[in-house]
Design a protein around this ligand. Sequence first.
Ligand code: SF4
Ligand code: SF4
Length: 371
Amino acid sequence: MMMKNFQNIKLSGLGMGNMRLPLIPGKGDGDIDFERASAIIDKAMAAGVNYYDTAYVYHSGKSESFLGDALVSRYPRESFYLATKFFIAANPDYKAVFAEQLKKLKTDYVDFYLIHSVGDDSAKKYIDGGSVKYFEEQKALGKVKYLGFSAHCSTKTLKEFAEYRKWDFAQLQINYYDWKYGNTKEQYELLKSMGIPVVVMEPVRGGRLAELSPEANELLKKRYPDRSIASWAFRWLKGLDNVMMILSGMSDMSQLEDNLNTFADDASLTEEEERLLFTACDVFRNKLVIPCTACRYCTDSCPSQINIPEFLRVYNHIKTDGDWASWEFEHIKSEGKPSGCVSCGVCTEHCPQSIKIPELMGEISEKFGKQ
Ligand code: SF4
Ligand code: SF4
């Protein structure tokens, strides 16, 4: 197992995220299949994975209890590191949350404690509400060993929050796709310049980088037929020197086995392999994303008065980030909806990108019914 130095301890390169544990078939997110999930923990422990990340809200509040039972109760406390988080939107009472967490986790201290999902709206609330100060006190008491935060926010907010105090670490969504097309690179480099080591979350973008398009997959498979597509994402991350930990939310044994194989040593990608990966990333994105430039040449002539570029923008967001982004449809200002498209084809005649707009309007209304 690849190991990394963090302050005066050694962390396994791979950490286990506990938000996508196997569930009892047919049941909800809170119904973790203890037998299958604990078998993953056992195998991870046997292989040297020593970092286990959870949060108050994961698996409808059951992830922490699961770790208390499957990990903390069954292994010597000093043989692993626990990470959990305080999420103000779930319960602002940080004292009560922390007491509940210690109880659920069956421990009297947490190794890595994070202010959870700092956002542009919540950053100030965390500080003004007293939670950061409280967890600093817990650190002084030894109930928290290392204090950090996870963030999904603008770089401006990230900078302000990172500068608020001397954090031990921070957790960011980093993967090669967001590195190329999002603001991940600038956020990573900001934290690096401030001397704050990074824990990586969403290394395969919630699973979307585990399989790319057939053309992109072929490029990578041609190079290394035996390597999984997901393993390219992890190997690329291994090359970032300010990364102290790479989390993977493993749902089954095959994912763990593949990851253990990837983290058997600390080899990253060569420059040539990295170029190939970013080429595959471009091929994947070009296939995935509708190339609308929002020129609006199509809108005036639409008899159904559909705000076509806006619907395509949101559809692109869904394609790259998942169905959760469909809430944005509700905020589109448009007289007509995709379901009102009469397939006249006038829009396509005006579109310099030759986008098959009527087909896409049909897809949107079919997949997202009320649109
Ligand atoms: S095909 Fe549909 S979207 Fe295009 S102009 Fe006609 S009604 Fe509008
Ligand atoms: S004409 Fe084509 S590129 Fe321009 S806004 Fe409409 S769909 Fe997008």
